[in-house]
Write a protein that binds this ligand. Structure first.
Ligand code: OXD
Ligand code: MN
Length: 602
């Protein structure tokens, strides 16, 4: 096999569209001098460029072609087995002081880090092509939209960025000629894909990201976690908006009344499934549409929160995706999709655990080895992914390109919790909702390297993504609430509660519509609720459980139960978490915790 980063030599007319902005040209030249590539490829996002890059990637085994009839224009990429997930331990926020990065981030001093990275990048692109990718995050005409340039030596990154962002001309135009314009500088090199030389570094003050040693999407598609969340959250605070790890969905009633909801669940906890929910038959006439499946940028207008999805595609977890769990995702990934680390069947189809139908009798697993159903290893990596354009989504919301965004009626927090957390409850108000978000927890998943299934606090699902001090982030949430005259209502959901014998109590997926309907009814002021110690709980009769099969009334009762012993433990967990943050938690949230504890008599 060739080196996957080997240079490629485009014919005239491809790879030569240099932007005119002098600041961009100077920066590219600087990176060129440092990394010494064989040549520079200026990406413009065109069809011809894409075709050329795909054909070169096929030659170099960076991509494998999938069955043309079953999955047109779709490809398989296999990553280095040492490089399959985000690496939180190697992710750094490089602010002048450690306090600015805060207690939840790895911090590293900027000048020393630049020096270290320069050492690693010196000559790193010899014999390779250096790609320069202009892109925007956000709809082209949104005031929130940001320009980024990513330099990379990975063709897979270029091809994926074309799916995940609005790439090329649109970004060059948006930046224009002003050498002082705001844009993000992103440098990525695969180096030798060695965990010992893997670093994902953010310099918020310089609007700069440098990522080395990895080829995994979350570490290298710098638009996504690095810009849209880590740098994004930093910019959002100073500019007065919110950058959040949230899906955005629209829900329309049979009478045509529409609400938009944003929901923060940690990685691999079902954001994509929720954003593409198909209501059960009983909800005929209800429609759920997707604005975004991972990231929401939200600004205040007319006292309300308005959200845009800065992305242009979905980078979703493949295993478990099926026509039963997420038909719209299945339809989306039938074409134009880059699959990473799934299995390859003998007829060139993609396969993974949890796909509809029986497993293939033989396949090549994600590592490139023979696989049969008798194999002990998984055929697809648990964090195998699809990158697919959002335009493929059959339930794409018609307002996804609106620059002003969509008005948010409700914010939902949630995680994987086997116990303690009821199916749904509502915060008393914004400040209490901020507390619920700040203390939320979830069992860890394969989306990041490390142990899976351990409960960890993950405030607003932003633990790995908040680019500054988490105490200031909480403060920013509290201040945002004060500026909202018509704030979204805040809820917490848990689809993952289990019975004493370890079985899920709630079917989830499409049936989550029943919970969403209650949330919408609350937004409409159509139903009352039971005030409990933790917030407002649904009254049984207000949850539409008609035609819900296989769930007993006792199960529903259990799903809505607040158990004092579990909550006492939970409150201790909140206290420990706040303590671990070393005094940065705003006093309002400490007070919320005291009030909650007092309600439980502790
Ligand atoms: C993602 C993640 O890829 O959160 O969206 O890890
Ligand atoms: Mn995510």
């Amino acid at each position: 096999m060739n080196n996957p980063a080997s240079a490629i030599f485009p014919p005239a007319g491809i790879g030569d569209r240099k932007p005119a902005n002098q600041a961009v040209l100077d920066w590219v030249h600087e990176v060129e001098l440092l990394t010494q590539p064989e040549n520079i490829f200026w990406c413009d996002g065109s069809e011809a460029e894409n075709e050329f890059l795909i054909s070169e990637s096929l030659k170099q085994n960076v991509l494998f072609k999938l069955n043309k009839a079953k999955l047109p224009r779709s490809y398989l990429h296999r990553s280095n087995p040492n490089d399959v997930a985000r690496v939180e331990q190697f992710t750094f926020i490089c602010t002048p002081t450690k306090e600015e990065a805060g207690p939840t981030n790895n911090w590293s001093e900027p000048s020393a880090t630049y020096l270290k990275l320069q050492g690693l990048l010196k000559g790193a692109m010899r014999g390779r092509t250096m790609f320069v990718i202009p892109y925007i995050m956000g709809p082209p005409d949104s005031p929130l939209t940001k320009v980024g340039f990513e330099i990379t030596d990975s063709k897979y990154v270029v091809l994926s960025m074309r799916v995940m962002t609005r790439m090329g001309e649109v970004a060059v135009k948006r930046l224009g000629h002003d050498p002082k314009g705001e844009w993000n500088r992103g440098v990525h090199s695969l180096l030798d894909v060695n965990p010992e030389r893997r670093l994902i570094c953010h310099f918020p003050q310089d609007n700069t990201i440098i990522s080395v040693g990895s080829g995994y999407g979350g570490n290298v598609l710098l638009s996504k976690k690095c810009l849209a969340l880590r740098i994004g959250s930093y910019l959002a605070r100073s500019q007065g908006w919110l950058a959040e790890h949230m899906l955005i969905l629209g829900v329309e009633s049979p009478t045509g009344k529409k609400h938009y909801v944003a929901a923060a669940f940690p990685s691999a906890c079902g954001k994509t499934n929720f954003a593409m929910l198909i209501p059960p038959k009983h909800f005929a006439g209800w429609k759920v549409t997707t604005v975004g499946d991972d990231i929401a940028w939200m600004q205040i207008r007319d006292g309300r929160l308005w959200a845009v999805n800065p992305e242009n595609g979905y980078f979703g977890v493949v295993p478990g995706t099926s026509y039963k769990s997420n038909p719209s995702a299945m339809k989306s990934i039938q074409r134009d999709t880059i699959y990473t680390n799934v299995a390859l069947t003998d007829d060139g189809d993609a396969w993974w655990e949890g796909k509809d139908g029986p497993p293939p009798v033989h396949a090549i697993d994600w590592r490139g080895n023979d696989w049969t159903p008798a194999s002990k290893q998984k055929a697809a990596h648990p964090n195998s992914r699809f990158a697919t354009p959002m335009r493929n989504n059959p339930v794409l919301d018609p307002h996804v390109e609106d620059g002003g965004g969509v008005p948010i009626s409700a914010i939902i927090f949630g995680g994987r919790r086997s116990d303690t957390m009821p199916l749904v409850f509502q915060a008393f108000d914004w400040e209490h909702g901020t507390y619920i978000g700040a203390t939320m927890a979830s069992e860890t998943t394969a989306a990041a390297t490390g142990a899976v299934g351990q409960v960890r606090r993950d405030p607003m699902a932003m633990l790995p993504f908040c680019g500054y001090n988490i105490g200031d982030y909480f403060r920013h949430w509290l201040e945002t609430g004060k500026r909202l005259t018509n704030p979204p209502l805040i809820f917490h959901v848990n689809w993952f509660r289990k019975s004493a014998d370890g079985k899920f109590l709630w079917p989830g997926f499409g049936d989550n519509m029943r919970v969403l309907k209650w949330i919408i009814d609350r937004c409409e002021g159509e139903v009352s609720a039971t005030e409990s110690k933790i917030g407002y709980l649904p009254k049984m009769q207000d949850l539409d459980l008609n035609e819900l099969s296989g769930v007993s009334p006792e199960q529903i009762q259990e799903l809505l139960t607040v158990k004092a012993e579990e909550w006492q433990k939970e409150i201790t967990g909140h206290a420990k978490f706040f303590e671990s943050l070393g005094g940065v938690v705003p006093k309002e949230l400490e007070k919320q915790r005291e009030n909650l504890a007092a309600r439980f008599g502790t």
